[in-house]
Design a binder for this molecule. Sequence first.
Ligand code: NCD
Length: 305
Amino acid sequence: MSLSFQHLTSTKQLSRADTDALLETAEKMEKVENSGGDESLKGKVLACLFYEPSTRTRLSFETAMHRLGGSVITADGIQFSSLYKGETIEDTITVINQYADIIAMRHPDAGSADKAASVSEVPFINAGDGPGQHPTQALLDLYTIQKERGTIDGISITMVGDLRYGRTVHSLCYLLGLYNNVKFTFVAPAELTMPEKVTSYLQEKGLEFTETDELEDGLDSDVIYITRVQKERFADQSEYERLKLKYVLTADHLKGKKGTVMHPLPRVGEIDTLVDALPTAAYFRQAKNGVYLRMALLSMLLNNS
Ligand code: NCD
C-alpha cells in the first residue's frame, strides 16, 4: 500500500484511498505496538520541530518512531534558539534535510507548513500550523470514530466550542467530506463559528450541516467532538475570558445518550471530569490512537520515499 503524497500539510490533499490505507495500516500498527514494537524503521531519523507548545502531538510522534526502531531529534521552544534568529522556514527546513529522513513541524503561522513542504526533499508532516490545519490529529480522530462506532459513513457528528480557531475541527471536516452521508451539527457562539471556507466545502460535497449556539441541540449525535477555546489565538484576552467556558459538557448532559465523546486534548474545563468514567468517553483512547496512526504514517511515508 502506498500514499498519493510525499508531504502531508493539509487533509484536503488526501483521497479516500489514502485514508483507507492509513486506517488499515494503523490497525496493523496497533498489533505491532501491543507486541512490543519492531525495528522496521531502524536507522531512520525523525526531526520534530516545535515552534509552538505541544505535549501529546510531539510525544506521540516520538513514541511512534521509537516503537518502530527509529530515532528522534527534537527542537522545541525554537523561538528561543539559534535556529530561529531571523532564519526563514525554508532555510531551517533545508538545514534539517541534511540531518533527518522525515520532519514533523508545528508552527504558529497558518501556511508555514506549505512553505516548509515546498523546499523539503524528505517527507514533511504538518503537526499544526496556527489556526490552519492539523492533519495527523484529524486522521487519528477518523481512526477513533471507525473504532468506536464501527463505521464512518452515515455518522452524525456534533462539533462544539472554538470552531473558528480550532484547527483540528477544520482538518476533520475536510476528511469526513470523503465519506458518505455524514451529518454535522456545529455548536459555537457567534464569535467562534465554523469558517466559511469549511462550510462551503461541505456544501460542495453535498453534506448536511446545521449551526446552533445551544449545546443541547447537539447531544443526540453519534459523536460529540468538543474543543478547547484557543486562548493563544485571541488578540483580546477579555474576549477569551468571556467565551472560554461557554460550553461545559457534564455527565448530566449525557444521561441516556449513546454518542461517543471525543476531544483532541488538552481540555481546560470543557468536559467535567465526572464524564471520564462513562464508557462513551473516548478521549484518552483517542490519544492512544495517535500513536498507532502516527506509526502508520511514518512507516508509509518512509517506505514510499
Ligand atoms: C490540539 C491542537 O494542538 O490543535 N491539540 C493536540 O494536538 N492534541 C487541540 C488544542 O490545542 O486545543
